[in-house]
Design a protein around this ligand. Structure first.
Ligand SMILES: [Zn+2]
Length: 80
């Protein structure tokens, strides 16, 4: 079973996806567009073309090792 979490952006347009790779002890972070069927046709077409050309529903991905996750965790705890 995948160890993953989806967090919806407060603006509802994106979703932050985080997955932990237990084998490599790394975390994958990606931002997905939150598809909304109420979006206008050209926006949906643009997303569809991007997906067809790249095979990706996200524009970028960040890989963080456990040390960097600890740094991120400290930062979030300190500032929340
Ligand atoms: Zn947003």
């Amino acid at each position: 079973m995948k160890n993953e979490i989806f967090l919806k952006c407060d603006c509802s347009s994106e979703v932050l996806y985080i997955e932990k790779d237990e084998e490599y002890k790394e975390f994958y972070l990606a931002i997905y567009r939150n598809y909304d069927l109420k979006e206008d046709f050209f926006r949906r077409l643009k997303n569809a073309i991007y997906y067809l050309l790249t095979g990706k529903r996200y524009s970028d991905q960040i890989v963080l090792t456990e040390n960097k996750i600890k740094e991120l965790k400290n930062y979030l705890e300190t500032n929340s």
